[in-house]
Design a protein around this ligand. Structure first.
Ligand code: SF4
Length: 361
């Protein structure tokens, strides 16, 4: 049993010797990728209500201040994104608003929705109508919640962050690693192409990082659904004063991620948060979603780089930069997408054949 997973009802088998072997990995043990990919997206912060209070997070707002984006606002963001050539609507969430968020529940009720996931479904439909492929990241999800929205998403995601119990997740409403792993399992059982990742520097140990990576690998080996793994450093902000992890920790962790996961799973480093140019030789092959339209609402102090900056990173590494969709090609080729998403990809009628251009590029 991995430390910290008392409530863990996912069957994940981590061999302690595999943890030791992964901890011995260095950047010299992995190969640099032969290309870098990225996606063009818009951030759609559907709600800033969250039942948790992670101490490094500036995304959530307290009850009384939390917002719920109207569908008109969702449409406006998505249409601006489509006009700017984006392909992805990234729906960001706090976790399910709990009983304290009475205004959010009242607003949902007034708009005719009995849950935040019912509302997310409506928002995904708005994004599709505007010509963007939804990728929703609504925190922990039960199988029933995920099933309610899965067919309107090209892919979905949630950061595992860590399998360890860390103080940064603590407090009266503590985020549970076991619940995050259950969400990864639910996605696998439902056949949802999925993005996850680890957050580095929130009080976890090296061994915790290795165990987290191996837990993700184990779930991927069961279902084959993990499309990319993000190695994200925590960054200082108004709620988190500690510095982010040192470069050598990011390099070691990125190399461990590359070594832990099979080649088909991309290792992603966010270019507005991590020193990506200094991680190229540690095996990253993806720079994630960047937006020409919206801020990074999760890390508002850290602006997206322009496309030419991503090109400069790729040039420095001597590799090409290629745009991708929010779902990786192999899931399209293997028939993982829902009929609705398949139809959107085939028709590609909205605003200039963006999906085809990306797929054929
Ligand atoms: S990190 Fe996610 S789960 Fe934690 S408080 Fe922020 S929005 Fe909520």
């Amino acid at each position: 049993m991995i430390s910290g997973l008392d409530e863990y009802d996912v069957q994940v088998d981590i061999d302690p010797s595999a943890v030791d072997a992964l901890l011995a990995t260095t950047p010299d043990d992995v190969a640099a990728a032969d290309e870098l990919t990225f996606a063009r997206n818009v951030f759609v912060p559907l709600t800033t209500a969250c039942r948790y209070t992670c101490s490094y997070c500036t995304y959530y707002d307290v009850p009384g201040e939390a917002t719920l984006l109207s569908l008109d606002a969702v449409r406006d963001i998505c249409e601006r994104g489509a006009d700017a050539g984006c392909t992805e609507a990234l729906f960001t969430f706090g976790d399910d608003p709990d009983d304290r968020y009475t205004e959010i529940h009242d607003q949902l009720d007034a708009w005719g929705y009995d849950s935040i996931h019912a509302y997310l479904r409506a928002a995904c439909a708005v994004a599709l109508d505007a010509g963007l492929l939804p990728h929703a990241n609504p925190g922990d999800q039960t199988s029933e919640q995920m099933e309610l929205v899965a067919d309107l998403n090209a892919s979905m995601g949630v950061m595992l962050e860590t399998t360890a119990d860390v103080r940064a997740h603590g407090g009266s409403r503590s985020k549970s690693p076991g619940q995050r792993l259950n969400t990864l399992r639910n996605a696998g059982e439902l056949g949802v192409p999925f993005t996850t990742g680890i957050l580095v520097g929130i009080g976890e140990t090296r061994r915790d990082r290795a165990e987290s990576l191996l837990a993700i690998r184990d779930i991927h080996e069961q279902y084959g659904h993990i499309q990319e793994l993000i190695v994200q450093p925590v960054t200082p902000n108004e709620r988190w004063r500690d510095p982010g992890p040192a470069l050598d920790i990011m390099r070691e962790t990125t190399a461990m991620a590359r070594a832990a996961l099979p080649d088909e799973v991309s290792v992603q480093s966010p270019p507005n948060l991590a020193p990506v140019a200094e991680l190229l030789d540690c095996g990253i092959d993806d720079l994630g979603g960047v937006s020409p339209v919206t801020d990074d609402h999760i890390n508002p102090d850290y602006a997206w780089p322009a496309l030419r900056e991503l090109e400069a990173v790729a040039d420095a590494g001597g590799v090409p930069l290629r745009e991708r969709l929010p779902v990786y090609d192999r899931f399209i080729e293997r028939g993982w997408l829902s009929p609705r998403i398949e139809t959107e990809l085939r028709a590609d009628t909205a605003a200039g054949d963006r999906y085809r251009t990306v797929l054929d590029g």
